[in-house]
Design a protein around this ligand. Structure first.
Ligand code: BGC
Length: 724
């Protein structure tokens, strides 16, 4: 349909019909205009797959037997693969199933920066580095949108905590905003072509992000040229006039009084009462409708030649498993305890409640009604088959105290109450439950220790659950719940070779036993194939290649948001750490970490050397740097390395981080293989945001290019002179 035709369509619409298109007429849909062939616009959560269907106006699971879907690895897992192609595959499947379920927009991906390890929704996001996020979100969005559905990149912007998420006011420098918090969104829009953006609940400098003129009109539309739809977070609108004027296209919420939404009857009333300039208001409404119709047109919703989408097929399953495999991070392997040799293990003890827990149904709006979910215990059993006896002991007792999202009293679903939650307050267990937790824990601990004595090998699978990694609530600290520290320490006394595996969506404090553990593996909420992928890593059927997309600090007290800024703040939260987020802080301020950003081991060894660089003149205005190096797999099995290139300004004119990630590549090598790798650094790799001129600047001077295995392990350096 041509632009002309869209204008003609707009001209035929009544004000009422237009209003119906710009606000929810169900929890996940707007109104269509049947007489003109405009369908309703249907959305669905979310980042880990297509969420189940609810009744249109009640938070009741309809209980369909046909809304089971793929449960995808969470975004942190995806980021841990450092594999752009897998992000694309994941996006393709998400888009295909979104369309297959008859939806028009998937409320994903989530890409807020991990400012604090305590943020409850970290698992939905891609870690702490804007470059890594940008590189992963572009293919993810492109994959989604190949299926005639829109993505909805969220939450724009600065939704970096759950505590008081609905009204906390973020105070951040323009430089940190531009360098740290916005690049992922910009990449999703400019390079990924994202057709949807979701406003964040919180405020920025006094105004709610869902109707923030600077964010939505200036930055998103004027600077980045966004042509898609801006959607509010559910209940994120607080002012009719601001919503009208400041760039919001579609208001959604969690209450069923749809006509009372800010952009429904109140907007009509405002126009009728002359509280806004009528002509201006009508033009603004037309603009919103135009954005919506444009996207509908691109998705072929208006001309009927649309992709039908699909479902999880054989190839998709393989891609999901590969993503899960590549997300597993090997953190320690002293004495090469891993991989375990299945032939030598007659009796295997698996300890830990997470070995036997399914995580798909939890976490808030990222919950998934999974086709299936292979737990670690099932994955291990499947891999080992009948010749090994697998004994399972829970080891610790998970007294279900629920989280703010699940534990909602009268209502059937946490979302119904999500606007009234005193979010951020961790659930407190009752005295009775605490006593039971203690007693059961003791019993389970003894049973596990007893069983460990005569097992040939012990695998521990603990970590967090969605009572901790959850929407609506931050963690109080990084400690492992359910007294796991004690259990792990005791197990290591009985069996020093216990393999410790943690399943979680964010960093945990391991200081109680980290020095004693020899084999340590980190797995995320890795999707329906997660358990088998983990088993394959543990038993060597897959050589681990995941790398941390975020720093694992020793404790939350070391985190820059706390040391230099505020977390979680009060009415306001001041981002005093400025650009020093994640490794930018630990590195520049020389603060020890448990595991650095970019860290991950393999069962083989890689040597990377010979970094060399050359400035390339692309055009008169644009310069880039070509970086090459050699990489060899010197071990005796095939594997994949993640080569990371960090840039450091030798004489910065403004305060800069010691170094920043500006390129990476995941490289698969056979045993003994050597390869030359060449990567390009664009001009952006040398820029910083200059607040005075309001633009990104690159200063002429000497820069160091560092070839690294992770943020703390630089293996080779070269220098270049870069002239702007
Ligand atoms: C969440 C969004 C989600 C929306 C719709 C909100 O509570 O913050 O991420 O997409 O609900 O379920």
């Amino acid at each position: 349909m041509t632009k002309d035709k869209i204008e003609k369509l707009i001209a035929q619409l009544t004000l009422q019909e237009k209003i119906g298109m710009i606000h929810g007429n169900g929890f996940f849909t707007t109104k269509g205009v049947e007489r003109l062939g405009i369908p309703p616009f249907k959305t669905s959560d979310g980042p880990r797959g297509v969420r189940k269907d609810f009744e249109n106006d009640a938070w009741k699971d309809i209980g369909l037997s046909y809304d089971y879907v793929s449960y995808l690895p969470c975004n942190t897992a995806l980021a841990a693969t450092w594999n752009r192609a897998l992000a694309h595959e994941t996006g393709k499947l998400l888009g295909k199933e979104t369309r297959g379920r008859g939806k028009d927009m998937i409320l994903a991906p989530g890409i807020n920066i991990m400012r604090s390890p305590l943020c409850g929704r970290s698992f939905e996001y891609m870690g702490e580095d804007p470059y890594l996020v940008s590189e992963m979100v572009v293919p993810l969005v492109q994959g989604i949108e190949e299926n005639d559905v829109a993505s909805c990149v969220k939450h724009f912007a600065l939704n970096n905590q759950e505590t008081r998420r609905l009204d906390v006011d973020v105070e951040v420098s323009e430089r940190a905003l531009r360098e740290i918090y916005l690049p992922g969104f910009e990449a999703a829009v400019r390079r990924g072509g994202a057709k949807g953006i979701m406003g964040a609940y919180n405020k920025l400098r006094g105004t709610h992000c869902c109707h923030h003129d600077d964010l939505l009109n200036n930055i998103l539309r004027r600077e980045w040229g966004f042509e898609g739809i801006t959607v509010s977070d559910w209940g994120g609108v607080h002012d009719t006039k601001e919503a009208l004027m400041n760039g919001l296209d579609m208001e959604m919420s969690v209450t069923s009084d749809f006509d009372a939404y800010y952009m429904a009857d109140p907007l009509i009333r405002m126009i009728e009462d002359g509280e806004v300039d009528r002509k201006k208001a009508l033009a603004k409404i037309d603009e919103k409708v135009r954005h919506i119709l444009n996207v509908m047109n691109k998705l072929h919703m208006l001309d009927g030649e649309r992709s039908a989408g699909g479902y999880n097929d054989y190839d998709d399953k393989a891609a999901l498993r590969q993503t899960a495999r590549e997300s597993v991070v090997l953190l320690k392997n002293d004495g090469n305890i891993l991989p375990l040799d299945r032939k030598k293990i007659r009796k295997l003890l698996v300890v830990g409640e997470n070995a036997n827990r399914q995580h798909a149904p939890g976490g808030g709006s990222a919950e998934i009604k999974a086709l299936y979910e292979i737990t670690p215990l099932l994955g291990i059993q499947m891999l080992l088959g009948g010749n090994t006896e697998v004994v399972y002991k829970p080891g610790y007792y998970n007294e279900d105290i629920g989280n703010i999202w699940a534990n909602t009293g009268e209502s059937e679903n946490g979302q119904a109450d999500s606007l009234n939650q005193d979010s951020g307050t961790a659930q407190v267990s009752s005295e009775e439950k605490t006593i039971r937790q203690r007693e059961m824990n003791e019993k389970y601990l003894q049973e596990a220790l007893e069983a460990a004595k005569d097992a040939d090998a012990v695998i521990y699978v603990g970590g967090l659950t969605h009572d901790y990694d959850t929407e609506g609530q931050d963690r109080a600290d990084m400690k492992l719940p359910y007294d796991q520290d004690r259990l792990i320490a005791e197990l290591l006394k009985v069996r020093p070779d216990t393999v410790v595996t943690l399943v979680a969506g964010s960093p945990v404090d391991m200081s109680a036993w980290l020095a004693d553990v020899k084999a340590l593996v980190y797995s995320w909420y890795a999707g329906m194939e997660g358990g088998i992928a983990l088993a394959e890593v543990l038993f060597g059927a897959y050589n681990p290649s995941g790398h941390l997309p975020e720093t694992f600090p020793l404790s939350e007290k070391d985190c820059p948001a706390v040391v230099l800024g505020e977390f979680p703040g009060g009415d306001q939260v001041v981002y005093g750490e400025d650009i020093f987020v994640g490794y930018r802080y630990y590195d520049t301020y020389d603060v020890a970490t448990a595991f650095p950003f970019g860290y991950g081991l393999s069962y083989t060894d890689f040597v990377m050397t010979g970094i060399r660089a050359e400035v390339i003149e692309d055009t008169a205005e644009s310069k880039g740097v070509k970086v090459s190096f050699d990489i060899s797999n010197i071990g005796n099995r095939a594997g994949a390395a993640v080569a990371q290139i960090y840039v450091a300004d030798k004489c910065p004119k403004v305060k800069k981080a010691a170094k920043e990630l500006k390129a990476f590549e995941k490289i698969y090598l056979e045993a003994g293989e050597t390869r030359e790798v060449t990567l390009m650094l664009e001009r952006e790799a040398f820029t910083y945001y200059d607040e005075a001129s309001g633009s990104f600047q690159a200063d002429a001077g000497s820069y160091m290019l560092m070839l690294a295995k992770n943020a703390e392990e630089i293996v080779d350096i070269t220098e270049i002179e870069f002239e702007v």
